[in-house]
Design a protein around this ligand. Structure first.
Ligand code: NAD
Length: 309
């Protein structure tokens, strides 16, 4: 139960229950979109994923089926749970498919202009009570919320990659986000089996404020010739006990996403210590985004993946 409005005139405070989220819409069928759909469907929530690319939607369904199969093989879920979950997932290339959703989370490409275009097309299709979230890794929730008709029902819900495995969800209120929206999203995170941490609306929030500059520093170490790709990743795995080396992790996140986050930090905090490494910029210019394009700091057409430097 939430006390939504402070009593201004001696009257009893208004009590507002957080809305119950029963149906979910997801914009973007990339690695995050399919992971979010995966955990929502396993929690029994009907999910509709919308992407501009039909092949991204087909790929997301195949990925979800493959990842759930892996969970069945490890006895994490039963085959009945998998079948029921997959039956709850629908896909569309039309935002109109989300007209009945109680909650829509945007997980499209990490570019503010892309997200603004998404909201422009999406918002007129939604019911007025629908909560809208962004899975952005770095962009201001207040600014994105202001690009919608409902900044009070707009919030940051930042899942970690891979979503079915990683326990954390960062929840970020914009300046206008209201308490029932915050509580509803916190309840949703718990329903999905996630632990939430609250971050203030600063560039890149908590996890990426710390993680992505470390990755950028690893790219600088490579750029300046301090070590090779293998030497840098081995050093951080065996010397700092990280489960993945920073360059391997960068490929996993997506180098385009890492660069966008560094640009948001650099511009948002006006501090030269966040300058994106020129080598990271070059890789992205070349279309070498990491695992998702088959090449980044490693070449994924080889088994095992071969360092490219
Ligand atoms: P991705 O490149 O794998 O997928 C993005 C998807 O968005 C693509 O399928 C693309 O077709 C789709 N898309 C682009 N424009 C669209 C539009 N107008 N309408 C509908 N769909 C559209 O990216 P990702 O790694 O899944 O990242 C998505 C979001 O999640 C980003 O905001 C990113 O910062 C965030 N995020 C990423 C990670 C990570 O490790 N990759 C972790 C947490 C959060």
């Amino acid at each position: 139960m939430n006390i939504d409005v402070k009593p201004a005139n001696g009257m009893a405070p208004m009590i507002t229950e957080p809305p119950d989220i029963r149906t979910v819409g997801i914009i973007g069928a990339g690695q995050m979109g399919n992971g979010i759909a995966h955990v929502c469907a396993l929690a029994g929530l009907p999910v509709t994923i919308v992407d501009i690319k039909q092949d991204a939607l087909s790929k997301a369904l195949a990925t979800m089926a493959r990842n759930m199969e892996r969970q069945v093989n490890r006895s994490i879920v039963s085959s009945d749970q998998r079948d029921e979950a997959l039956a709850l997932v629908n896909t569309s290339t039309d935002y109109g498919a989300l007209s009945e959703a109680d909650f829509v989370i945007e997980a499209a490409t990490e570019k503010e202009d892309v997200k603004r275009l998404v909201f422009k097309a999406l918002i007129p299709k939604l019911k007025s009570s629908c909560i809208v979230a962004s899975n952005t890794s770095s962009i201001s929730i207040t600014r994105l919320g202001a690009a919608t008709d409902r900044p009070e029902k707009f919030i940051g819900m930042h899942f970690m990659n891979p979503v079915p495995v990683m326990k954390l969800v960062e929840i970020i209120r914009g300046i206008a986000t209201d308490e029932p929206t915050f509580q509803a999203v916190k309840n949703l995170a718990a329903k999905l089996g996630k632990i939430s941490a609250v971050s203030e609306d600063f560039p890149a929030f908590i996890v990426n404020r710390i993680l992505v500059p470390m990755i950028n520093e690893a790219v600088y170490a490579l750029y300046e010739g301090v070590g090779s790709v293998s030497a840098i990743d081995t050093s951080m795995k065996l010397g700092a006990n990280h489960p993945m080396g920073p360059l391997e992790l960068a490929d996993f996140i997506g180098l385009d996403t890492c660069l966008s986050i560094m640009q948001v930090l650099y511009e948002g905090l006006s501090d030269s210590k966040y300058r994106p490494c020129p080598l990271l910029v070059k890789y992205v210019e070349a279309g070498w985004y990491g695992r998702k394009t088959g090449r980044g700091f490693y070449d994924y057409t080889q088994t095992p993946p071969r360092p490219t430097r």
